[in-house]
Design a protein around this ligand. Structure first.
Ligand code: ADP
Length: 267
């Protein structure tokens, strides 16, 4: 089993990702796709007059402040436009894909975090009314049913809180938790960069290999949102996933290239 997470940043070629996945799926490989949608969510939120607000925690992690209205816009884009766009591409390629959020069948579950600490002008503020959390549990029953029936699952945040409330969760870490729960052979984290760069944005500074035990020490090279990917990779390898690859989804055959060792390989 391979878990492929494709991001939501500008430049990602979803046609290339879907064509590659479809070819491999038809060859008998079992895959699950998890996707993001941050770039499009930002655009739609601006257009709807509710611009995105990002907060940086005291430990340096950036996340989207998700009030109820933001959550609804987030669902429109992630579960609607992005998810159905990917499912349609796969259907056109002859793959019977099914798109679900982590809320459906409680595939992704975690604690609802109502407040977040945010560093603003050097001061720490507490913001309430946040609908976020972290995936702590993956309920694989529905996924197992789909796979047994020959369907390719296409999954996206939000997740469900233990009380059934929709929560915005990081897609990379959700994919990592899924890869652990399914005992996946590999987790691919595909984005609009060649992999983890030692000196971002210099693409020639690509880090090619990271020993599994050392991955957390590479957090220092990752800025803002790349940090969550490195954290997700650390969680996946600690949970028993043999290989995590940060790969490039801008063109070519993104899944095959990553599985062939291009990008940053954590093993
Ligand atoms: P996605 O939505 O595609 O999953 P993110 O935007 O969350 O991806 O994270 C990828 C982004 O992280 C890259 O587009 C890049 O701007 C940024 N980044 C920060 N530090 C690094 C780094 N050291 N190497 C590669 N990318 C980095």
């Amino acid at each position: 089993m391979i878990v492929v997470k494709v991001g939501g940043s500008a430049g990602i070629d979803y046609d290339a990702v879907c064509a590659d996945i479809a070819a491999r799926w038809k060859n008998g490989e079992r895959l699950i796709l998890v996707h993001g949608g941050s770039g499009e969510t930002n655009r739609v939120a601006e257009a709807l007059g509710h611009p995105p607000k990002f907060v940086t925690s005291p430990s340096g992690y950036t996340s989207r402040f998700t009030d109820r209205q933001t959550l609804e816009i987030f669902e429109m884009v992630y579960c609607g436009k992005m998810n159905k766009g990917i499912v349609e591409r796969l259907q056109r390629l002859g793959v019977n894909a099914v798109g679900l959020s982590g809320l459906d069948g409680r595939i992704f579950e975690g604690k609802h975090k109502d407040s977040v600490r945010s560093v603003e002008n050097g001061k720490v503020k507490v913001l309430r009314g946040d609908h976020t959390g972290t995936v702590e549990r993956v309920n694989t029953h529905l996924i197992d049913l789909l796979l047994a029936g020959g369907y390719l699952p296409v999954l996206t945040p939000p997740a469900s809180s233990y009380d059934g409330v929709a929560i915005n969760v990081d897609g990379d870490r959700a994919a990592a938790a899924l890869a652990v729960a399914l005992k996946a052979d590999a987790l691919l984290l595909l984005s609009n960069v060649p992999g983890l760069l030692r000196a971002y944005p210099d693409e020639s500074s690509l880090i090619r290999e990271i020993p599994a035990g050392d991955v957390a020490t590479y957090l220092e090279f990752a800025q803002d949102r790349m940090k969550k990917k490195v954290l997700g990779a650390a969680e996946a390898v600690q949970g028993g996933v043999k290989r995590v690859i940060f790969g490039d989804a801008r063109n070519g055959q993104p899944v095959s290239a990553a599985l062939g060792g291009q990008g940053t390989v954590v093993s």
